[in-house]
Design a protein around this ligand. Structure first.
Ligand code: HDE
Length: 713
């Protein structure tokens, strides 16, 4: 039953709700928190102009007191994040799988708030850390809030919530000196990883380009755990959730990541903000992999094991709807910082499984909000308020914002007319899926969870050569930062179980041998009495030669929308060259930025003034996706006077990006270290604009990679 979308009262239900709490000081007098108008907020009340400040000064005390308490604890993990508002809409009802309104009503535009994050770094750390990215989505549905709190990688490091504090303590800065910040490349992390082979799958993803995305807008998202969808008849299907970005999945190189961290540590945050402000709304499709309950044991891995993915080649991803982010928050703290995601927030039609990691998360998130936001009433903070009505008998606590009416706050009651009343399942009441459980109480790990090598090996096999090279370099960097040889060697042995060639290349870079064998860690942490030999990872299996969907080489390369193109010019540049290129790029929604020897304006050869976006002193090539140098002798002479322009182009080459020059612009290439490499398909000399656009859409020309090692920048 599809109604006209413009009539949907959910269209901006969350926005309308937030608007009621939004405060705007424009054209208003400054007041105290009690509403008293203020005449002076620059000087405290004193006895004489130079004299002692008076305790009486309630204006000073209120201002300072509020300031003293501005900070709240940052998230223990995922502290650094960026958020945006948007909506989700469904293509076609999937009622055969789920009865959730969001999955059956195609007329709805469900409001969402999304927060992307890094995991290990503190709140002020760099966006470009090598790390997993959080991808948390809050759906404000008519039946209650559903939080899909995922990551940009489809698997997790550990299989059981019990190990989460150990994992996080190992990767966070070391406790004695709080070093290093936002980095996994240190001893404690690899000490833990090398003793915990279940981490190896997520670990190799962490070594891949997925860990250094070009943009939040160019990342996939995954719910990771297997969940359940429940239909109207109460029948369940297993499901994995995927987010597929419209702009494709793209990353930067490690050399760029390191340099971006210095040039603009807010790179991802700014990129998301700017794209939305420019009306280039990021978009993802929601995909589901559905497995009938009867097929639960049909796979060579356990569906409940969060260190395993279901290859898309075995169970295809069905794209069922799309999410668009179209509005930046009004206030970072009120919205992005105070948003509280709870994997336990689900709606009828969606349910959990017994994945032991998911089960632990159901407790942790609500718990952590109490210390982070300070009160069980955190759901009343505007960003966290459901758009579905809320009525219950939970009362009081710090910062109660609502004023619950009536004499009763208990159930059952007669004095309150039995209200708020219960709902039957057919009136939308939630009922847990009635899974049959008949088991012994036992503290252990299922044998079916013990295969730790097959999927990391499948992942590595599925990568393109350039991606494999990046993985080798990442392991070499990370393990090279470890200062204990026994940790490096244990890691080399484990990596060799995944792929011997990979381990050999890393070992050569470290100047170490791969040990024949190592003192085996206990695979499954089952206590002091465990026999080491009984708890080793299973033998590597090969149930699929390659899974092409795991490689970034096999994704969308058909758009240059929002790509940043640096146009290097000085006074006197050719307006004809510039204008032709700029209009063609902007037609494809790319962003053309003028980089000049100075700030202010530059004048082209038709005497028109153009606003400079950045002077060469304030910017770096790593912040752009491609470079263009138009003709104009005077302009090129000005560029060649500042060596940073040549460095800029050399670096663009090194990072395998597209380069175009027209007419006199070619003289800049002549000064570059790759001047004898101009045959490259992503270097356009007086070439066609379409070829340049296509080269940018390809993201990088990785065929160039072997020629970049000797470019010293
Ligand atoms: Fe989280 N995680 N996590 N996590 N997680 C938190 O909750 C936790 C896990 C994820 O933008 C915390 O509100 C445990 C997997 C995201 O606000 C905390 C376990 C996945 C975010 C917590 C996991 C995630 C968090 C810290 C193992 C991907 C940021 C602050 C059992 C499916 C949400 C907070 C945001 C945040 C606990 C494992 C994703 C401490 C115990 C697996 C995206 O509660």
């Amino acid at each position: 039953m599809a109604k006209d979308k413009s009539q949907s009262n959910q269209d901006n239900a969350k926005k309308e709700q937030l608007d009621k709490f939004t405060v705007d000081g424009k054209d208003k007098p400054l007041t105290t928190r009690q509403g008293l108008k203020v005449t002076d907020t620059n000087n405290s009340l004193k006895a004489g102009a130079r004299g002692a400040t008076l305790l009486e000064d309630f204006l000073l005390r209120e201002k300072i007191h509020s300031f003293d308490h501005e900070r709240i604890p940052e998230r223990i993990v995922h502290a650094r994040g960026s958020g945006a508002h948007g909506y989700f809409e469904l293509y076609e009802s999937i009622e055969k799988y789920s009865k959730a309104g969001i999955f059956t009503d195609t007329s709805r535009k469900t409001p969402v708030f999304v927060r992307f994050s890094t995991v290990a770094g503190f709140k002020g750390s760099t966006d470009l850390a090598r790390d997993v990215r959080g991808f948390a989505v809050k759906f404000y549905t008519e039946e209650g809030t559903w939080d899909l709190v995922g990551n940009n990688m489809p698997i997790f490091f550990i299989q059981d919530a019990m190990k989460f504090p150990d994992l996080v303590h190992a990767v966070k800065p070391e406790p004695n000196n709080e070093i290093p910040q936002a980095a996994s490349a240190h001893d404690t992390f690899y000490d833990f990883v090398s003793l915990t082979p279940e981490t190896l799958h997520n670990q190799i993803w962490l070594m891949s380009d997925r860990a250094i995305p070009r943009s939040f807008r160019m990342m996939e998202g995954f719910g990771i755990h297997t969940f359940r969808l429940i239909n109207e008849e109460g029948k369940a299907h297993f499901v994995k959730f995927h987010w597929k970005p419209k702009l494709g999945v793209h990353s930067v190189t490690w050399d760029e990541a390191v340099k971006i961290s210095g040039a603009d540590s807010d790179f991802h945050r700014r990129d998301l903000w700017d794209a939305i402000e420019a009306g280039q709304f990021p978009e993802w499709e929601l995909g589901i992999q559905v497995v009938p309950e009867a097929d639960e044991h049909k796979f060579e891995f356990d569906l409940l094991d969060p260190t395993k993915l279901i290859p898309e080649e075995m169970v295809p991803v069905q794209r069922i709807g799309r999410m668009v982010l179209d509005r930046n928050p009004e206030n970072f703290f009120a919205e992005t910082e105070q948003v509280a995601f709870l994997p336990g927030s689900i709606v009828p039609g969606i349910d959990f499984t017994n994945d032991p990691l998911l089960q632990g998360r159901l407790f942790s998130y609500r718990d952590t909000q109490l210390s982070r936001l300070g009160s069980p009433n955190f759901h009343q903070i505007p960003i966290n308020r459901p758009v579905a009505p809320v009525h219950n008998n939970q009362r009081d606590g710090h910062m109660q914002m609502d004023v619950p009416k009536g004499q009763t706050a208990y159930f059952p009651n007669t004095l309150g007319g039995g209200c708020p009343h219960l709902s039957s399942v057919d009136k939308g009441g939630f009922e847990s899926y009635q899974e049959r459980i008949d088991a012994k109480k036992i503290r252990t790990r299922s044998e079916s969870f013990s295969d730790h090598f097959s999927q990391p090996a499948l992942f590595y096999r599925s990568l393109a050569d350039w991606e494999k090279k990046h993985v080798v370099e990442a392991y070499s960097f990370e393990l090279g930062k470890c200062t204990h040889k026994h940790i490096q060697q244990r890691m080399l042995w484990l990596v060799a179980q995944i792929d011997e060639d990979l381990a050999e290349e890393v070992a050569a870079n470290l100047g170490l041998d791969i040990p024949e064998d190592i003192e085996r860690p206990i695979n499954q942490a089952i206590g002091a009495d465990a026999k080491v030999e009984d708890h080793q990872p299973g033998k590597k299996k090969n149930y699929l030669d390659k899974a092409p969907a795991l490689s970034q080489a096999n994704n969308e390369f058909d758009t240059i929308a929002t790509r940043q193109i640096a146009c290097l010019v000085g006074d006197g540049f050719s307006m004809e060259d510039f204008d032709t290129m700029k209009s063609a790029l902007e037609k494809e929604n790319a962003m053309v930025k003028i980089i000049a020897p100075h700030g202010g304006t530059v004048t082209c050869d038709t005497d028109m003034e153009h606003e400079v976006d950045a002077s060469i002193m304030t910017t770096e090539s790593v912040l752009y996706d491609a470079v263009y140098v138009p003709g104009g002798q005077k302009s090129v002479d000005a560029l060649l006077k500042k060596s940073k322009f040549v460095k800029f182009v050399n670096e663009t080459f090194k990072h395998c990006k597209a380069i175009a020059v027209d007419n006199e612009g070619e003289q800049v290439l002549e000064k570059c270290a790759f001047a004898d490499n101009k045959e490259d398909k992503a270097i356009l000399i007086n070439g066609s604009v379409d070829d340049f656009i296509n080269a940018i859409a390809q993201h990088r020309n990785w065929e160039r990679m072997d020629k970049t090692d000797n470019i010293a920048v």
